[in-house]
Design a protein around this ligand. Sequence first.
Ligand code: DUC
Ligand code: ZN
Ligand code: ZN
Length: 463
Amino acid sequence: MYDLVIHNAKVVTEKGIVEANLAILDGKIANILPVMAECEEPSQLPESKEVIDAKGCYLLPGGVDAHTHLDMPLSNGLKSADDFVSGTIAAAVGGTTTVIDYACQDANGTLMEALTEWKKKAKGACVDYGMHMSIVRADDQTLSEMADMVSQGVTSFKTYLVYDMRLSDEELYRVLERSANLGTIVTVHCENYGVLQYRTKKLLAEGKCEPKYHAVSRPDRCEGEAVNRVLQISAMADMAPVYIVHNTCRESIKCIEESRSMGHPVFAETCPQYLLLDDSKYELEPEECVKYVMSPPLRSKADQHYLWEALKNGTVKVVATDHCPFSLAEKKRGLHNFTEIPNGGTGVEERIPLMYSEGRKHGLSYVEIAKLTATNPAKLFGMYPRKGTIRIGSDADLVLYDPDKTVTITHDILHENVDYTCYEGMTVEGYPVMTLLRGQILAKDGSFTGKMGQGQYVRRDLP
Ligand code: DUC
Ligand code: ZN
Ligand code: ZN
C-alpha cells in the first residue's frame, strides 16, 4: 500500500520521458510503473491511500536553486526582502523544492557562528535547504574551520572578489588550496574590484550618477578578467574545483570553455535574468531602471545568445537565480547615486516557469532543462541522488507541470515579498500546477498550501 500514486504523468527522468504511474511511500519515490494501456482504469493502479490524476502534465524533479540570498543583511543596514518563509513559499509555488542559500561569515565571526545563525533564520523554511558558507577572512582559524563545516554537511564555500567581503588573491589561493585538500568546491563572484571602483569614482565625478551608470562602471571585461584570474589561481592551487556564479557574458564563458577543455574542474552557472533580459533595460526611466541594478549587470543580446549556446553545449551546467530582491522604495534610494542602489533582483519563483517555457523555445528539451535546474546543482553540491532527480529511492520532490497553461507573470500573482518582478508582463507557456516536497503537497494552482517550517536542512556529502 503506497501513500500516493501520481497517475498517467509524463515523467521527466534523466534518461528520458516515460508515461508512468509514480508511487510514493514515506516521502520517497517507491516505484515508477510505466503505463501499459492508453486508458488505464484507476482500479488497475497499485494500491494507494491517495491518487492524483496527472493526465496531460509532465512530472518534473523539484527545482534546486543553488544560489539564493534570503534574509541577507547588507553593510548599509538593508536586508534582502525575502526571508526563509516568504522566499521558500515563493520557491514552492514556482516549482523549487530545495534552495542552497549563502550563509555569510561576519567580519569578526567564525564559520560555525554563521552556520548556526543561518540555520536559525531558516527555521520557518517551507522547502528543504542547504548552505554554502561565505568566507570573508582566509585566516588560519577560518581555514581550519572549513573541515568542521564538512562534518556539518557543508561541501561548498563562497568567495567574493568585490564588496566588503572580498578576498585578496592570496586569500583566494589559500581557500582554494584548502578546499582542494578537503574535496569541497569553492564558488566565486567574479568582478575586478580595482577597475570597477576607479570607473565608479570617475563616473560620479563626471556627474554620471543615474542608475544606468551602474552597468557602465562594471563592463563585461571586468567580469572576464576576474573569471580568468580565478581559473588561473585555482589551477595553481592544486587544480581546485571551482564554480563561477552568475556568468553573464562571452568574456567569462570563453575562459571557462578553455579551462574545461584542458580538464580543469570548473563549473559555470548563469541565471534567468542574464538569459532573458538585456542591457536595453538601462535605457528606461531611472525609476524603472533601478529594478535591474544587479551585479554583474545585464549584458547585450549577443551575450545572451552566447549564454544559450553555452547551456546547449554543456559549458554552463546550472541555471540558478541569485535571488536577492529589495523593495522598489529601497532600490530608489539610489536614483541620484547608483552606488546607493541595493544590488539584486527577483527569480526564485519565476525560474522554473521561465526556464521550461523559454528553454524549450531555444531548443532545450525537458530532460536538459531538468538537469540545468535540478539534477546538476544537486550533483555538484552533494545532494544527489536524494535531490534533483526522479528515480526510485530519491525524495519525492516533484512538480506537476501543465504545458498548456499560459501565464502572464505580474508581481501580484507571485509570492515574493517585493512590489515588482524583473519579468513583469512576460508570458510563459506552461506553469507548475502542483509542487510536492517529500510526498507532501506544498503548492497547488498558484497558491501555497503547505506548512511553515516544513523544510529540512539537507546535510550534503562530498562527491
Ligand atoms: N549580486 C547582486 O546583484 N545581488 C546580490 C549579490 C550579488 O552578487
Ligand atoms: Zn554575486
Ligand atoms: Zn549572489
